[in-house]
Design a binder for this molecule. Structure first.
Ligand SMILES: [Zn+2]
Length: 555
């Protein structure tokens, strides 16, 4: 005869007695062996499984038993199979369908089937009832115990992260875990600054050594729960109700409240952007490469290394102090005054025409190269057919001409990505460089305007003690290279210093020629990106310092 085995064990049982699913399975297999039943399948479910999961497994079990014409189900005790009335009803139904079906309760040494005598059926019914009562009663007892515990001021469950459980069973209380509590405090403090996302905190706390009670990473959702748990300031939340706790708080209620405000705040609220620090996400710590984090203190923004990594830089930088060091950097990239700017722009516009001529000539030349390579390819093909050249020589020449042709086609493609339409943006970037300092200092410039300006000039700013090391954007890398050269040349030549004298600083000057060549070959398409957006952004930034009338005059 064949049978199926059903195992179920509670986690509490396993914890307290070490009795596991494996042990229960062994017992049932031995029983089946003794009875000479062939075990076709073992169904296992842990106590922690939800009622829905258990019912699903039951349905599978009965379906399997019916399909395979199995007549015996082996189970340890009645209460394993019948945690509630519904479970018992399912078993009763299955038994009533066929007269040969049996359920063996191994530990209770009882067998239930259709032919079970009336008094045994009564025993079964009673056992089901008792099992049900016991389960229900147990949960009621547990609930009663929990209520008492809460009323006494103690949490009736495992200690929260940052606390440890002390005392004997029935008298357990929670004490601060000195190893973990500082992490909890830090998490609340950092989150309240508004500069840390939960993701950043997870990463940071893991690196600093925080682990859950079972030694795992404290993940994002766990961290969120932790940040919204009033337990840490002394309140206990239990099934929607609040109780006063007797445990020692780790944080103040003020800190908790400020964290709740940040947790519930929508990220893009105007309130948030209004208080955005100018340098947020624009600076890194030179010590470790980590992001510089910003927080306010007494109305000032202070930046400091985020310390995600090991880093000895403990310094706090005040925003105004950084600005003091940053503004002179704008001078370095600025043409010396309007006159220099005008000369550069004039030279650029003149070469623009030359550029178009050069461009046309280059395209013609490249097309010639392609045509020649093509002719040669055809010629060597003929030569090979006629047997004039060896196959080896043919292969060599074929590779050579093919390469020539492909290179020329590539060059032509580059010409087609017309660089000249980006020139206008190139000119205005020079003007932006001239006025960057004024724009930044402009009274009407908002934080967003300043951030936009910074993003046009710097790709990053690295902070170390009193030094700021800038990384420039591509366009401003070009500017930092050439503007100092042009400024210096301009000074040496004293151009424009004599009134009425024609400027000698023209396109034929060697420095200017080199600059113009560099401008023409610079990849403005890549540096400028989306042309329309860039033009709009630069125009907006310039409008902060130039009245439309003056702007018109400058053109
Ligand atoms: Zn650092």
């Amino acid at each position: 005869m064949s049978c199926v085995i059903f195992c179920r064990v509670s986690s509490r049982e396993q914890e307290e007695t070490g009795y596991s699913l494996a042990a229960q399975e062994k017992l049932l297999k031995e029983y089946a062996n003794k009875k000479e039943f062939e075990v076709l399948k073992i169904f296992k479910v842990s106590e922690s499984a939800s009622g829905k999961q258990v019912r699903k497994l039951f349905n599978e079990l009965f379906a399997y038993a019916t399909k395979n014409k199995i007549e015996v189900i082996c189970c340890e005790k009645i209460d394993r199979l019948t945690r509630n009335l519904k479970d018992a009803a399912l078993i009763q139904e299955w038994l009533e369908e066929e007269k040969n079906r049996e359920v063996h309760f191994v530990k209770e040494n009882s067998i239930i089937n259709q032919n079970t005598r009336a008094h045994e059926n009564l025993v079964w019914d009673m056992k089901v009832a008792i099992a049900r009562f016991y389960t229900k009663n147990l949960s009621e007892e547990v609930k009663k115990g929990q209520k008492e515990k809460l009323a006494q001021g103690w949490l009736p469950c495992k200690a929260h992260l940052g606390y440890k459980t002390v005392g004997e069973k029935g008298h357990k209380t929670q004490m601060i875990d000195e190893k973990k509590a500082p992490f909890i405090r830090k998490i609340f403090e950092l989150y309240s600054t508004g500069n840390y996302s939960t993701t950043a905190l997870v990463d940071m706390m893991y690196k600093q050594g925080l682990r859950s009670q079972v030694g795992k990473t404290v993940g994002k959702s766990r961290l969120y729960d932790l940040l919204s748990d009033p337990f840490y300031y002394g309140k206990m939340q239990w099934k929607g109700e609040f109780f006063n706790g007797k445990h020692q708080p780790i944080i103040s209620k003020d800190l908790f409240d400020s964290v709740q405000e940040k947790l519930n705040r929508k990220f893009k609220s105007p309130l948030y952007t209004k208080h955005l620090p100018v340098f947020k996400a624009k600076m890194t710590c030179a010590g470790c490469g980590g992001t510089v984090t910003w927080e306010t203190q007494r109305g000032h923004w202070y930046g400091h290394c985020n310390h995600y990594k090991d880093c000895s830089q403990k310094r706090f930088w005040r925003q105004e102090k950084i600005e003091d060091r940053l503004l002179p950097m704008f001078d370095k990239i600025a043409p010396k005054g309007e006159k220099v700017l005008k000369i550069i722009e004039k030279a650029l516009k003149e070469t623009h025409n030359a550029e178009i001529r050069y461009y046309t000539a280059s395209v013609t030349e490249t097309n010639n190269i392609i045509a020649t390579a093509q002719k040669r390819l055809e010629a060597i093909y003929e030569d090979k057919i006629d047997g004039i050249i060896t196959p080896e020589f043919h292969a060599k020449k074929l590779a050579e001409y093919t390469q020539q042709k492909e290179d020329a086609i590539e060059t032509l493609k580059k010409f087609n990505e017309d660089n000249t339409k980006y020139y206008q943006a190139g000119y205005t970037l020079h003007e932006l460089a001239l006025r960057a300092g004024d724009i930044y200092k402009s009274k009407i410039a908002t934080t967003e305007d300043k951030r936009l300006l910074l993003s046009k000039i710097f790709s990053n700013l690295s902070l170390e003690a009193d030094n700021i090391t800038p990384d420039y954007t591509l366009a401003f890398q070009f500017m930092t290279k050439w503007i100092p050269i042009l400024n210096k040349t301009f000074e040496q030549e004293k151009i424009g210093s004599v009134q009425g004298q024609k400027s000698q600083f023209d396109s034929s000057h060697p420095a200017m020629l080199a600059y113009l060549h560099s401008f023409r070959t610079f990849n403005w398409a890549v540096a400028v990106g989306d042309l329309e957006t860039t033009n709009k952004e630069i125009a907006h930034l310039l409008s902060l310092v130039i009245s439309p009338k003056v702007a018109h005059f400058l053109q």
